[in-house]
Every structure is written in structure tokens, then in C-alpha cells.
Write a protein that binds this ligand. Structure first.
Ligand code: NAD
Ligand code: IPM
Ligand code: MN
Length: 350
């Protein structure tokens, strides 16, 4: 019996609704293979914050570092400032564990028609830089309470940071179509983006000369994603551009409730973190109707990362069949509950 310890952070809102479905699916998926998950469930999040004045205990990073992976639901609550919830939990995990890749696959499913005219097939991967760029820690508020009150945010791109995300994207493009699109905004206004372009081009020339690299301005790329998504395969993007493009692509497929993400430390010096792309969805929390597929698919990405690509493929085949059979939550036009979708995925696995 092989055992994997995983830190489970269900978090806020719909996080605790979708998480149990994913855990049950993963338990069922690995059991026939002599593998067992040891779920280290942590009560961290906004409720914890209200009681303790912080999102996680001071030794949370050490606690998670002793496990093989982190499995996160969502964080964010209407009654706690996003500054506290995000800088107190999600962002420190990504940074402390140097999870500099945020890998976000998006694809169409039989049984879901796309939100786009002509129902195009979508199958792409966003490789999002996950620890620097527009999300740098250099920023703040100034002159509060005066007529000069101000806020500032410094985008900060390092050569090291752009090189390593570009290298990772080159590897993904090699495995797929050989086409790589780099999202940029280098038409003279933003100082950081010509730097991004230069480094991406250098990395591709050195490590992926056989690839077809296209640098596309982010505004035009957003339009292209809805007009011609089939022309896109692997997209490498900065932190903010990748964030926006991933919700756009998932929305184009039909719902952000199905989209997964892997926050990876490819060197495996630290645990990686797996989570759906969506947030805590306070507008539907507590009703049992959240789509659990994003969480389940994130679990499949975790299986792949832990060395079980075949089991990951079985889970993916199971939820693909369930979606194809029309057992879907209201965000996809169905009437199934969160628990019904979870049960259907387990039945499809068996
Ligand atoms: P959201 O992703 O939570 O919700 C956006 C819309 O999508 C809502 O209408 C919601 O009902 C719907 N939706 C999302 N997930 C769904 C699912 N699984 N099934 C069905 N419908 C789903 O984004 P938001 O409303 O902008 O943010 C809410 C909170 O979540 C904020 O506090 C935000 O900061 C936080 N957030 C956290 C994460 C994270 O934990 N990684 C990601 C995004 C947003
Ligand atoms: C995501 C989220 C986060 C991000 C927020 C909640 C900080 O939108 O994981 O996509 O922008 O990274
Ligand atoms: Mn996002």
C-alpha cells in the first residue's frame, strides 16, 4: 500500500461543498491500485480568521511542507476583506512553495455547447506565471485621509522569473502542437512587456527552436480567444494576463465551474497545490448546486503530478462521461446537485 499525505484546505463558500465530492472520487480512484490518500484536513479560511485573527496558523507552511501536495477549495468571504483572505492564505502558499507555474487546461466537452457562436472546439493550455509580474509585493496605499490619497502597484518581472516560465511553456508546447502563443502588451506603453518578449524569444530560440512562437497583444488575444479559439494551443502569460485569460477560456467553454488549475513547483523542492480556477462563489454558496468538476479535475491533475497519469486519465474519462450524459449542475444548464454529480462520477469510475 502506498500512502500519500495531502493537505486539504476546503476554505470558504462553495469550497467545503465541492471538496468532499473530489476527495470521495480520488479515494475510489486510487483504491484498486493499492494506493491510499491520507487527507490532512485543515480548518483554515475566513471562519478561522474570525476566531484567530489570521487565515492560517503561523506554522501552516511547515505543516503543509510535510505533506506531498496541497488540495485547495477556494478562499474569499464577503465579510472579510480580500486583502486578508488572499494575502493571508492563497498567495503565501503559492510563494512560499515557489509554485511559479499555474497550469490551466481548458477544453470542450461533448454535451456542453460553448458560449461562443458556432460552438467551436476548444482545447488549450494556459501556462500562467504565478509568483511575480503584476502581482508583485511592491505596492500600497499612501496619503490616506488626505485629498492626495493614492494607491500604486509596481509590476515586477525578473529575468529569472520570465526565463523559467518560458522554459516550462516550451516543454508543454513541445508535447502538444508545437505552437506557442505569448500574451503580451509590448506596443510601447508598458515597460515590462518588451522585456517579457525579449526573454521569451531568447528561451524559445535556445530551447525550442522548432516551435512556432507568436507574440500576441493581450487585447487582440482576448478577441481571438472568442473568435478563433481553435487557433490557440499553448499560451504563456504573465500573472494577471493568465488569470483573466483562464476565466475567459473557461467561460467560453461553458462555465468556470469546470476549470482546474495546478500551482506547480516543477523542481519538486516543495509541495505543489491543486485547486479549481473559480473562487468561493458566495452568490450560490450553501445551496448544494456548485459544480464540483473543477475540484475533481484539479484532483486528477494532482494524481498526474504524484505519478499516476493513468489513474488521472480514468478520473477525467469518468467526469467527461458524466457531463456527456447530461448529469450537470445549473451553471451548465442542468438540474443536478453537487452531490449528485459527485456520485455520478464515482459510479462512472466503478
Ligand atoms: P467566483 O469564481 O467565486 O464566482 C464567479 C461566478 O461564477 C459566480 O456567479 C459563481 O456563482 C460562479 N461559479 C464559480 N464557481 C462555480 C461552480 N463551481 N459552480 C457553479 N458556479 C460557479 O468569483 P468571484 O465571485 O469574483 O469571487 C468570489 C470570492 O472568491 C472573492 O472573495 C474572490 O477574491 C475569491 N476568489 C478566490 C479564488 C481562489 O481561492 N483561488 C479564485 C477566484 C476568486
Ligand atoms: C485565481 C484567483 C486568484 C488570482 C485571486 C483570488 C488572487 O483569481 O486563482 O485565479 O488572481 O490568482
Ligand atoms: Mn482568477
Amino acid at each position: 500500500m502506498r500512502t500519500h499525505a495531502v493537505s486539504v484546505l476546503a476554505g470558504d463558500g462553495i469550497g467545503p461543498e465541492v471538496m468532499p465530492e473530489a476527495l470521495a472520487v480520488l479515494d475510489d480512484a486510487v483504491a484498486p491500485h493499492g494506493i491510499r490518500f491520507e487527507w490532512h484536513e485543515q480548518p483554515w479560511g475566513s471562519e478561522y480568521y474570525r476566531r484567530h485573527g489570521r487565515m492560517m496558523p503561523t506554522d501552516a507552511i511547515e505543516t503543509m511542507a510535510a505533506t506531498d501536495a496541497v488540495f485547495l477549495g477556494a478562499v474569499g468571504h464577503p465579510s472579510v476583506s480580500d486583502v486578508e483572505t488572499l494575502w493571508g492564505m492563497l498567495i503565501p502558499i503559492r510563494r512560499e512553495f515557489d509554485q511559479y507555474v499555474n497550469l490551466r487546461p481548458v477544453r470542450s466537452f461533448a454535451g456542453i455547447s460553448s458560449s461562443l457562436a458556432g460552438d467551436p472546439e476548444i482545447d488549450l493550455v494556459i501556462v500562467r506565471e504565478n509568483v511575480e509580474g503584476e502581482y508583485s509585493e511592491v505596492g500600497g496605499r499612501a496619503y490616506r485621509g488626505t485629498p492626495h490619497e493614492a494607491a500604486y502597484q509596481q509590476a515586477l518581472f525578473t529575468r529569472f522569473g520570465v526565463q523559467r516560465i518560458a522554459r516550462y511553456a516550451v516543454d508543454r508546447a513541445r508535447e502538444r502542437s508545437g505552437r506557442l502563443v505569448s500574451a503580451t502588451k509590448s506596443n510601447g506603453i508598458i515597460h515590462t512587456m518588451p522585456f517579457w518578449d525579449e526573454i521569451v524569444a531568447e528561451v524559445v530560440a535556445r530551447d525550442g527552436a522548432e516551435l512556432e512562437l507568436e507574440s500576441v497583444l493581450i487585447d487582440a488575444l482576448a478577441a481571438r480567444m472568442v473568435r478563433a479559439p481553435r487557433s490557440l494551443d499553448v499560451i504563456v502569460a504573465s500573472n494577471l494576463f493568465g488569470d483573466i485569460l483562464s476565466d475567459l477560456a473557461a467561460g467560453a467553454v461553458g462555465s468556470i465551474g469546470i476549470a482546474p488549475s495546478a500551482n506547480l513547483n516543477p523542481e519538486r523542492a516543495f509541495p505543489s497545490m491543486f485547486e479549481p480556477v473559480h473562487g468561493s462563489a458566495p452568490d450560490i454558496a450553501g445551496r448544494g448546486i456548485a459544480n464540483p468538476i473543477g475540484q475533481i479535475w484539479a484532483g486528477a491533475m494532482m494524481l498526474d503530478h504524484l505519478g499516476y497519469p493513468q489513474i488521472a486519465a480514468q478520473v477525467e474519462a469518468a467526469f467527461t462521461a458524466v457531463i456527456g450524459a447530461g448529469v450537470v449542475t445549473p451553471d451548465l444548464g442542468g438540474s443536478a446537485s453537487t452531490a449528485e454529480v459527485g456520485a455520478a462520477v464515482r459510479a462512472a469510475l466503478a
